[in-house]
Design a protein around this ligand. Structure first.
Ligand code: CA
Length: 529
């Protein structure tokens, strides 16, 4: 078949474009001194509510009792981010910020209670897919609407169940027997085996664990039963000078559900849980033999609890230990999953050209201020663990100290893959921070944060704020209350120094910076009251 002159020219132009793209990629990768001509694969591993305090690469005393040797391998082979933060500390909104590279007011998913993520908008997987990537998401989605921009998806129904959960795909909804973390790992490995080998891939493996209500895999029920976790110094916080902290409903010893969350039963040798508001979930999804083995595994400890009278304070500390034992046992399976994935990448030779990211959707309280859960702009929930390896590009043992945020993930991946970053993306590429191991002089000095969900679960007042290296200013706008912290002098944020003498200048500067950020991120009047 002969070509017309015009179609011949079009074909020539197309070939030229392909050649230029190839050269750009080759030049971009050669700049690192590599003879690598392929775009990297990206495996983005995200768990749910995994606190930095429970990742041993971060060095917190809690993680010394329950280490995460496999997750730590990513930091050892690559980089650990010391100052990475979310933009809105709650599941759905953080996921939407990661997918879009935009703050909540721009991507439209501001609260978990929202109608559903608008999947028609521009997202990271869509851009990668348009640039030749094969894309997939497996595990927790939690954005209510169906995933878009993925060649393959298999996601948990809403929060998903720890035991025998339902997975929704483009074709059907199927219940799979097994423990959720193990199933997600198996499906992820299977997808890597079955994928189109001719394309680079972007794969999001999203674990449910260690989300509430912290049900470990059977093999880990008793893993930390004798462990004693260090009780945070501010476990008995009285919230003095901090209005919103005193109004929350996320206190371990007051607000946790004793049956559902703490697996406490009605008495000696009981096989009935104390308060469980969602009996169809948790125990409801286990088979009868699984339920029996569950009660058996907790029996000695529950009997021990009832064997001696305990003061209110002793009960509160017992609850802290039970919470941490289950939380870290749940983390254990995530750590094993990461180990399995890293081993698979190595055995298949994919490790050489694959970026591995480990993160979680936001930080979490492990007893600090007496709390569990997240939402606040205080460090433990605002902070977001981030580890990343890329052989030949990120030096082993790199520590990134610059201020980074979840809206930066999308532009960074595009940048590393040599794809243009759309101008409307709000985050910044941290490629140079992680590859050079130092923060450029013109890097950002502040971060913007906004939590919207009030009234809502756990009663955390809506607020926005600005964080700089040393100071943090928060505004609880529905209550017209300000808080100011000096993180150098008061890293646990126990002393609100707003309006205290000597803070006039820093307060003025921070308020100015807050307005500058709101302007930069195009926050409209409705959201800056
Ligand atoms: Ca979460």
């Amino acid at each position: 078949m002969s070509l017309t002159r015009e179609s011949g020219l079009t074909k020539l132009k197309a070939m030229k474009a392909v050649f230029i793209t190839f050269m750009n990629v080759a030049i971009a990768t050669c700049a690192f001194g590599q003879v690598e001509q392929k775009q990297p694969n990206i495996i983005f591993i995200m768990s749910d509510d995994h606190a930095e305090q429970a990742i041993s690469a971060y060095g917190h005393p809690i993680s010394k009792v329950a280490p995460t040797p496999n997750i730590d391998r990513i930091a050892k082979d690559g980089a650990i981010f010391m100052n990475n933060y979310c933009s809105n500390s709650i599941c759905g909104p953080s996921r939407a910020a990661i997918l879009t590279g935009k703050h909540s007011h721009k991507n439209g998913f501001m609260k978990n209670g929202n109608k559903g993520f608008d999947g028609t908008q521009q997202t990271l997987p869509k851009i990668l897919r348009a640039n030749g990537y094969q894309t997939a998401v497996i595990g927790k989605w939690h954005l209510l609407s169906r995933p878009t921009g993925f060649d393959y998806w298999s996601v948990l129904n809403d929060q998903g169940d720890y035991y025998n959960p339902y997975f929704i795909t483009g074709q059907d909804t199927t219940r799979h027997m097994g423990y959720v973390t193990d199933l997600i790992t198996d499906f992820t490995k299977q997808w890597m085996k079955d994928r189109d080998q001719s394309k680079p891939f972007f794969l999001m493996m999203h674990h449910k664990a260690p989300h509430r209500n912290w049900v470990p895999a059977e093999r880990h029920y008793r893993l930390y039963e004798d462990a004693k976790f260090p009780v945070p110094a501010n476990y008995w916080d009285d919230y003095k000078g901090r209005f919103a902290a005193g109004k929350q409903e996320m206190n371990i010893y007051r607000d946790m559900y004793e049956g559902h969350d703490l697996k406490m039963v009605t008495g000696v040798d009981s096989d009935s849980l104390l308060f469980d508001p969602w009996p169809h979930a948790f125990m409801g999804t286990m088979t009868e033999p699984e339920r029996e083995r569950f009660f058996e595994a907790y029996r000695d400890r529950n009997n021990d609890f009832y064997s001696i009278p305990r003061s209110e304070r002793e009960v509160a500390e017992w609850k802290y230990q039970r919470y941490l034992q289950d939380y870290t046992a749940t983390v254990k399976s995530v750590d094993e999953s990461v180990g399995e994935i890293l081993d698979y990448l190595k055995a298949s030779g994919l490790d050489k050209n694959t970026i591995v990211v480990y993160t979680t959707d936001q930080g979490f309280y492990l007893g600090e201020h007496g709390w569990f859960d997240k939402r606040f702009m205080y460090e433990e929930s605002f902070g977001m663990p981030l580890l990343m390896s890329y052989p030949g590009h990120i030096k082993p043992g790199t520590k990134v100290t610059g201020l980074t945020q979840n809206i930066d993930f999308a532009p960074t991946f595009l940048d590393i893959c040599g794809i243009d970053i759309p101008l409307d993306i709000q985050g910044m590429s941290f490629k140079s921070l992680v590859e050079d191991g130092k923060t450029p002089n013109n890097w950002r000095q502040s971060l913007y944060y906004h939590y919207y969900e009030f009234p809502g679960f756990h009663s955390v007042r809506a607020h926005y704020g600005v964080k700089m290296e040393r100071y943090k200013l928060m505004y609880f706008y529905k209550d017209d209350r300000w808080e100011l912290y000096d993180l150098k002098e008061d890293p646990s944020e126990m002393h609100n120094i707003y309006a205290k003498s000597g803070t006039d200048k820093i307060t003025r500067d921070l308020k100015k910076e807050l307005v500058r950020l709101q302007d930069q991120y195009d926050v409209n009047e409705e959201y800056r009251k």
